[in-house]
Design a binder for this molecule. Structure first.
Ligand code: GDD
Ligand code: MG
Length: 362
């Protein structure tokens, strides 16, 4: 089966990280998010993949190219301006010649795609939507089914008083080409708000595939964090620390001072320098070419590449994007810093602050 991955949204809720980096390319344990996706498809023998891109397409194309490095065939369908989830798939219509998997490109899940494909065929469905349980469906698409998994109702972003189930659209679909013929060309169109309700009104064969496996949408900073914690703590079967034996994984050419304490679970990239009496506590990811200078403390945080932390800084539950610089003695808590942010000497960056790329805080 072929696959289309929707990778063209603005990633608004993940700003400032997604101002220069498309959501699909944000690093997860130092590997671009989309790489996990492509490897998972490959493991289910899905290797003909179209990426529906729009906003910030170049970094995706530069990294993945024609897919040969990952032993898959990748093509790109480009929207000049984003056409919405269904509009993007219509735009990829030339690629679709049979039942096709469609993915929201910001989901990390262990969903068994092979079983879902079998289930779609058995049901002779026109559309199958994977479902997952969540605590609060208000940020998602709520899906009501009957006891044979026929979908009765789809309600995108329900109000709290509209919640009738905890099962939501998990952002993975299998659709027959007939669904594509219902989507208008070159028009902004949403599966969730337009096409799914239309198919249900017309009583088409729309089935759910409920799955209770690891699932997360990385579209918000707290979820992006959560994915790291979950992977570092063995919650998904797509990543294992050396079979669970080693708590700190370090890349090549790192210089770590013997007095530095790293509790783990932590992943550290290549060419990093960790100074004297540095403390790295809890779940931490540090990219390549980073320097954490003497007596600094990093707790439960994610640092991308080439981040320079001067001495005596304290960083807690914070995401710091590429090439940022943290001045000595500064404290940063629960913040998100875009690329090339500069925090001066002795600053206090307050909880909840989002620092735009190329901003100087002093
Ligand atoms: N190519 C393209 N063009 N991709 C798009 C566009 C577009 O115009 N708009 C959104 N996307 C991509 C996003 O990049 C993302 O990968 C995916 O489509 C879903 O968009 P989000 O903006 O992340 O939607 P959401 O998280 O609020 O809700 C969706 O996902 C939930 C599951 O996480 C809906 O499908 C919900 O029903 C669902 O429950
Ligand atoms: Mg999303």
């Amino acid at each position: 089966m072929k696959a289309v991955i929707l990778s063209g949204g603005f990633g608004t809720r993940l700003r400032p990280l997604t101002i220069n980096t498309p959501k699909s390319m944000v690093p997860v344990l130092n590997i671009p998010f989309l790489e996990y996706f492509i490897k998972r498809l490959k493991s289910h023998k899905v290797s003909d993949i179209a990426l529906a891109v729009s906003y910030l397409a170049e970094p995706i194309k530069d990294y993945f190219g024609d897919g040969s490095r990952f032993d898959v065939k990748l093509s790109y369908t480009v929207e000049e301006t984003p056409l919405g989830t269904a509009g993007a798939v219509k735009n990829a219509g030339g690629f679709i010649d049979g039942p096709t998997l469609v993915f929201n490109g910001d989901i990390f899940t262990d969903l068994d795609l092979t079983a879902m494909m079998e289930n779609h065929n058995q049901n002779k469905a026109m559309l199958t939507i994977a479902l997952t349980p969540v605590e609060d469906p208000t940020s998602y698409g709520l899906v009501e089914t009957d006891n044979r998994n026929r979908i009765l109702r789809f309600l995108e972003k329900p109000n709290p008083d509209e919640i009738t189930t905890n099962m939501i659209n998990a952002g993975t679909y299998i659709l027959e080409p007939e669904v594509i013929s219902l989507i208008p060309s070159q028009t902004n169109c949403s599966f969730e708000r337009d096409i799914f309700p239309l198919l249900l009104r017309e009583k088409k064969d729309v089935f759910a595939y409920p799955a209770d496996c690891y699932w997360i949408d990385i579209g918000k900073p707290e979820n992006y964090f959560q994915l790291h914690y979950d992977l570092l703590n063995g919650k998904s079967n797509q990543y294992r620390f050396n079979n669970g034996k080693k708590k700190v994984v370090t890349g090549t050419h790192c210089i770590i001072h013997p007095s530095a304490q790293i509790t783990g679970p932590a992943v550290i990239g290549n060419n990093c320098v960790i100074g004297e009496d540095v403390k790295i506590n809890g779940s931490v990811v540090i990219g390549s070419n980073c320097q954490i200078s003497n007596n600094s403390v990093v707790d439960d945080s994610i640092l991308w590449n080439s981040v320079h932390v001067e001495p005596l800084a304290r960083i807690k539950h914070t995401i710091i994007a590429n090439n940022s610089h943290i001045g000595s003695g500064s404290t940063i808590e629960e913040a998100v810093l875009g690329n090339n942010a500069i925090i001066g000497y002795g600053q206090h960056v307050k909880a909840g602050r989002l620092v735009s790329p190329n901003t100087i805080v002093n």
